[in-house]
Design a protein around this ligand. Sequence first.
Ligand code: FAD
Ligand code: MEZ
Length: 570
Amino acid sequence: PEVLADFHGEMGGCDSCHVSDKGGVTNDNLTHENGQCVSCHGDLKELAAAAPKDKVSPHKSHLIGEIACTSCHKGHEKSVTYCDACHSFGFDMPFGGKWERKFVPVDADKAAQDKAIAAGVKETTDVVVIGSGGAGLAAAVSARDAGAKVILLEKEPIPGGNTKLAAGGMNAAETKPQAKLGIQDKKQIMIDDTMKGGRNINDPELVKVLANNSSDSIDWLTSMGADMTDVGRMGGASVNRSHRPTGGAGVGAHVAQVLWDNAVKRGTDIRLNSRVVRILEDASGKVTGVLVKGEYTGYYVIKADAVVIAAGGFAKNNDRVAKYDPKLKGFKATNHPGATGDGLDVALQAGAATRDLEYIQAHPTYSPAGGVMITEAVRGNGAIVVNRDGNRFMNEITTRDKASAAILQQKGESAYLVFDDSIRKSLKAIEGYVHLNIVKEGKTIEDLAKQLDVPAAELAKTVTSYNGFVKSGKDTQFERPNLPREIATAPFYALEIAPAVHHTMGGIVIDTKAEVKSDKTGKPIEGLYAAGEVTGGVHGANRLGGNAISDIVTYGRIAGASAAKYAKDH
Ligand code: FAD
Ligand code: MEZ
């Protein structure tokens, strides 16, 4: 047998996977088929528990929701390891092929699309949400709370988009967790930091809404079961305002899981493997619904009063990235495989205005060996960055544009992130990097230097000098503003880091109600809303670490509520 279906066909026929009298799959989530896998092989948790402890298990992951077996184990084509979209584990999978993904434009196959539209409406709802990242899930929850019937469509087999990968935190000012920790902050300081970080080209009205609603968004998440009690520092922030779970665990998987659970609890109709390829409008330009391509069920039309585009950015689409910023051609990306910019394409087809597309951010600390972004929180909690000569060369918590540029000027266009055991203990997220075997460990700084092949005396001198700055409270070399702890507790750790494409600041033009503006008239397109990384204006030319999760929760909520209200009124 070449593929899983051949094997199962020989064993028990088609109905060992499918409902035989339905003549194919019943839905794009492959609910029945996945149930069949689990009934014979056990669920993900059971499989993970049975795996050897000393190896990375493909069944134990940081992903959210209920991961369907068919995300990796394919029936009629070669199986693929979804994790290899970012990592290169090389798991030996039965009937396995190589992970690859070719970008297919949303308007490919136009004749078939037109035919499906001519065939008419298959389903009707109040609100369609495009994308199951934080913005989409927040929109779904708030639209459901406002009484709307919601269908949420996600093109990937796995939900959560980039949101589930977010690590460092969610920025918010004047919050209860800050107050508990004695952190003095003001919404106005968050506004000022965001505008300055964005080189003042942000839409100031959108920034005000971001900051002024940020503590409410923390309360909203908390009321739904989130733990946002740990507060740390991110680049470009004047104070500690980046919220995350206790002990510094990754923020994104937690927030996405809480939103997912709440969207499910509220009866949202969530469909995976379902790509929106066109937004439908009537002759007056008013939105009437969407054309969906179900991976298994094909094209169909959903009629809807309102549509929320929450389809994320395009950092994983290097051709598109390089078109806007040729310096980033060939760069790796920190993003999930679905971050290709389809949301932008369907919005453009629908006549949406866009802005700032040329502003694309590289994250300074990506691990080429692990295929993962190393959170800025490691630096925020005290790590330093050194070059191959063992020297620091920047304020480690400067903004990302400056940090990335400084790293690219070093020999080898990469650098080392150096920290100690007290920093490791301060941030749970670090355990994930250790688990991936990408962190070098030394009993002493000299021992660590040997493993990195950097001059031991120079690295020891750098660390001693940095520890002196921590003691005196002033970094006279690079003016790093936060000096949380010395690097003095063995063992010592390091890993190689280099910049990778991380965030696309530009996108669809929205107003403070998350209404999408028309390119032609500058006025809102009736029934069309957008939130999150697919939009432009909140972050200006450069996003501050921690501001995206803040953006998607606040604007996701606003978009969902606005769309539900519009649906009710029309
Ligand atoms: P996403 O979460 O990307 O979700 C969009 C979804 O839409 C995707 O699932 C996608 O597959 C789907 N989609 C796209 N097109 C279609 C279509 N046509 N039809 C159906 N579905 C579609 N920000 C912070 O503030 N703090 C952090 O600590 C942080 N850490 C990060 C770490 C990493 C590794 C990465 C990659 C980003 C990080 N960010 C962080 C940025 C932040 O995670 C993202 O900007 C944010 O989560 C985007 O949310 P979103 O809902 O707009 O999009
Ligand atoms: O906002 C981000 O992208 C972020 C905080 C990333 C990180 O380094 O954790």
